[in-house]
Design a protein around this ligand. Structure first.
Ligand code: EPU
Length: 432
C-alpha cells in the first residue's frame, strides 16, 4: 500500500488576539530587488529579505544563473552577479513563482539576451505577460515565444522609448524600469503602477547609480546609465502581511500592536477598518488596532495602489462573513480570485458569488471544517475565517502559506491563537 503525507494547519475555535507582532520584509519588494542585483557589475547586500518559499525560489533562480549567493549571520543576503553569463533560466525554477519573470528585464539589459520560461505562480486569473513583452519590444528587443519559453535578444543595447502600459501592471512596470536602467537614452513609462514595492526598487537602482524619476507616480522617467554598482540596501516592511494581521485583529475582536509597519502604505485599509468600528492609532512604525465590539460589515472594491489591495480581498471577505450586515466585495484586478469564497461557504458562510462580486449576508456563524488553500492570500483569508469559526478548522495546501507568510503559526500563537501544523499520513489504496 502506498503512503502519502499531507500537511495541515489546525486552528481551534476563536480567541480574541492580543499582544505584539513584528512584520517581516516585503516579499513583493524583495523579488524585483533580488532580480535587480543582476544589473550591477559588483555584489549587493540586502537586508530584511523575508525567509519565504518565494524569496528562496528567487535566490535559487539567480544561483542557477551562476550568481554567488551568501546568507550572513545577521540574515542579510549577498548576491554576487560577477560570474553570471546570462544563461537560459531553468523551467523547473521558473515555474515556482511568477516573480521569476522579473529576471527577463535585467538579463536582457545586461547581457543583450535572455531565455525565460513563462512564469508559474498563483492561480488567480489568466495573468498574461504581454505588457512586459510589448514594452521590451518598444525598446528594441527581438522577442519570440516558443515551447513556453520567451527568447529575447537585442542588437547592442536596449534603446530608451516612450511606453504607455495598457494596464498598470506591477511586475510589468518593474521589468521595464530594470531594462531601461541600462538602456541607451531616456525611457518614459506612462500609466505605470505606483505600488510602494516599485518605489523601493527604484530607490535601490538609484542608490546603485541609476537615474529614475517619478517612482510612485503614474509617469516614470528613466535615464539609462553605462553601468550600476552593487550596494547595501534595506527592503521595506510587508504591507500585505501587516494588513493581514490588522484584519485578523478585527475579525477576532482583538487588541494588538503591529511593529515594523509603514502605515502610509495601508491608508485605504486603515480607513475601511475604521468604518468597521476598529480603533486604530499609529505611532511612527507601530500601529495599534482594537476592535471593541462586533465589526460592522463594509463593502470594498479592489484597485491598484493606493486603492484597496487585491492581496487583502480574501481576508476582508472573511471579515465580512462574520460582521454585522450585508456587504459586497468587488474584485477588479484579477478575474479568478474567489476560490476562498467557496471554502467560506463550506464553513457555513451565506455568500452569493456573481462574476467579480461576492455579496455577504453577514452575521454568519462559521463552523470549522476541512478547507483547501488555493493561493497565498486565499490561505490567509482561510486562516482568518478559522480564527473566527466555532470548532476546529483544518487547512491543507500549506505551501501557499509558506510562499507568503513568515513564522505564521508562531506569530498567531504569540497573539493567543491555537494554531498547529500537523503532518498526516494517508494510505492510498490502489484501484485495479
Ligand atoms: N496584466 C495583463 N498583461 C500583463 C500583465 C498583467 O493583462 O502583461 C493584467 C493581469 O492579468 C491582471 C492585472 O494586469 O489582471 C494586474 O496584474 P499585475 O501585472 O499588476 O500583477 P503581477 O505584477 O503579476 C503583482 C504581485 C501580486 C499582486 C498584483 C496586483 C508580485 C510578485 N506579485 O502581480 O501579488 O496581487 O501585483 O497588486 O509583485 C501575492 O503577493 O500574493 C500576489 C499575487
Amino acid at each position: 500500500m502506498q503512503k502519502n503525507t499531507i500537511e495541515q494547519l489546525s486552528i481551534q475555535s476563536h480567541t480574541k488576539l492580543q499582544g505584539n507582532v513584528h512584520i517581516s520584509g516585503s516579499k513583493n519588494a524583495s523579488l524585483p530587488i533580488i532580480a535587480a542585483c543582476l544589473l550591477a557589475k559588483t555584489p549587493s547586500r540586502l537586508y530584511n529579505i523575508p525567509r519565504l518559499l518565494d524569496t528562496t525560489s528567487m535566490l535559487e533562480a539567480l544561483s542557477s544563473l551562476a550568481c554567488n549567493i551568501r546568507i550572513h549571520e545577521d540574515h542579510s543576503i549577498s548576491i554576487d552577479p560577477t560570474q553570471c553569463t546570462g544563461e537560459a533560466l531553468n523551467k523547473n525554477v521558473a515555474k515556482k513563482l511568477r516573480g521569476s519573470f522579473l529576471i527577463l528585464g535585467p538579463l536582457l539589459a545586461r547581457y543583450q539576451k535572455a531565455q525565460i520560461p513563462l512564469p508559474g505562480g498563483c492561480n488567480i486569473g489568466a495573468r498574461p505577460v504581454d505588457i512586459h513583452l510589448t514594452g521590451l519590444r518598444k525598446m528594441g528587443a527581438y522577442i519570440e515565444v516558443h515551447g513556453g519559453v520567451v527568447h529575447a535578444s537585442t542588437q547592442g543595447k536596449l534603446k530608451g522609448a516612450e511606453i504607455t502600459l495598457d494596464v498598470a501592471s506591477v511586475t510589468g512596470t518593474e521589468n521595464l524600469i530594470m531594462a531601461a536602467s541600462l538602456a541607451e537614452g531616456k525611457t518614459i513609462i506612462h500609466n505605470a503602477a505606483k505600488e510602494p514595492e516599485i518605489v523601493n526598487l527604484c530607490d535601490f537602482i538609484n542608490l546603485m547609480g541609476g537615474k529614475i524619476r517619478g517612482a510612485g507616480e503614474s509617469t516614470i522617467e528613466i535615464e539609462g546609465v553605462e553601468d550600476l554598482t552593487g550596494k547595501t540596501f534595506n527592503i521595506i516592511y510587508d504591507r500585505l502581511e501587516a494588513g493581514t494581521y490588522m484584519i485578523a485583529a478585527a475579525i477576532t475582536q482583538g487588541n494588538i500592536k503591529i511593529h515594523n509597519i509603514h502605515p502610509e502604505h495601508l491608508s485605504a485599509v486603515i480607513d475601511k477598518l475604521k468604518e468597521t468600528g476598529a480603533i486604530i492609532t499609529v505611532d511612527k512604525q507601530t500601529l495599534s488596532i482594537c476592535m471593541p465590539k462586533k465589526p460592522k460589515a463594509v463593502s470594498i472594491s479592489t484597485a491598484i495602489y493606493p486603492g484597496f489591495p487585491t492581496d487583502l480581498q480574501a481576508q476582508w471577505l472573511a471579515l465580512n462573513c462574520i460582521a454585522d450586515g450585508p456587504a459586497c466585495v468587488q474584485e477588479n484586478i484579477f478575474e479568478h480570485r474567489f476560490m476562498h469564497a467557496i471554502q467560506f461557504q463550506k464553513m457555513g458562510a451565506n455568500l452569493t458569488i456573481e462574476g467579480n462580486r461576492v455579496i455577504s449576508a453577514g452575521n454568519d456563524k462559521l463552523i470549522g471544517t476541512d478547507i483547501i488553500a488555493s493561493d497565498i492570500r486565499a490561505s490567509a483569508g482561510l486562516i482568518l475565517a478559522g480564527l473566527a469559526a466555532c470548532g476546529t478548522t483544518h487547512i491543507s495546501n500549506l505551501h501557499h502559506v509558506d510562499r507568503g507568510y513568515v513564522h505564521l503559526e508562531e506569530n498567531f500563537c504569540n497573539l493567543g491563537a491555537t494554531i498547529k501544523r500537523r503532518t498526516h499520513t494517508l494510505e492510498v489504496v490502489s484501484q485495479e
